[in-house]
Design a binder for this molecule. Structure first.
Ligand SMILES: [Zn+2]
Length: 192
């Protein structure tokens, strides 16, 4: 762990497995639980510091920082909106179990840990902004078009997936540029 002033964290802007992606130092997000598009990362918030990847502390802030980028993106793009289908604050569970997965289920965003059989490394789906912004995109679409959630058509489910990918790419691109980064978004994982 590096020395820090207590307000800075270290995050990946895109997928940690993305070619050339690197850690950058950013301000820790604040007021995450304030509307619009309020969210809460479950668990105790560790003090903001420059944590190492693959630690619980890093995962907390990595997930919070990515969802905060999406929060700001959607606040600008959808003025006047910002309440989730389940209510005002959307919980995000950093490690909901052991699986190579992530999903939104109308109660929370849920992320998982798994062991990559090729490398033996532990993979946290919540470490990837591509994944967390995609899942947040499902929740945003559900908030503005809840009728699409249970629609009995493959096309609607496909649209939900496409919207999630759009959300991940758009939010990552816009907020990466505003952070002064030249990193471009790469979508390497598509999860439901
Ligand atoms: Zn999806």
């Amino acid at each position: 762990m590096d020395e820090a002033d207590g307000t800075r964290i270290r995050v990946f802007l895109n997928d940690p497995a993305g070619r050339g992606d690197r850690l950058v130092e950013v301000d820790a997000p604040q007021a995450m639980d304030e509307s619009p598009w309020a969210f809460r990362v479950e668990g105790t918030a560790p003090p903001p510091q420059l944590y190492e990847p693959d630690t619980a502390e890093f995962l907390y802030w990595q997930l919070a920082a990515a969802l905060d980028r999406g929060k700001r993106f959607w606040a600008r793009r959808l003025p006047g909106r910002g309440t989730w289908e389940l209510g005002r604050v959307l919980p995000a569970v950093p490690v909901a179990g052991s699986d190579l997965n992530a999903f939104y289920d109308r109660q929370a965003l849920r992320f998982f840990r798994a062991v990559d059989e090729k490398t033996g490394n532990v993979v946290y789906s919540g470490e990837s902004p591509d994944v967390s912004l995609h899942e947040q995109g499902h929740a945003v679409l559900d908030a503005i078009r809840p009728d699409l959630w249970d629609a009995p058509h493959f096309e609607v489910a496909a649209f939900h997936e496409g919207f999630g990918d759009f959300a991940a790419n758009a939010a990552a691109a816009v907020t990466a540029m505003s952070a002064g980064s030249a990193v471009l978004p790469q979508t390497s994982i598509v999860l439901s």
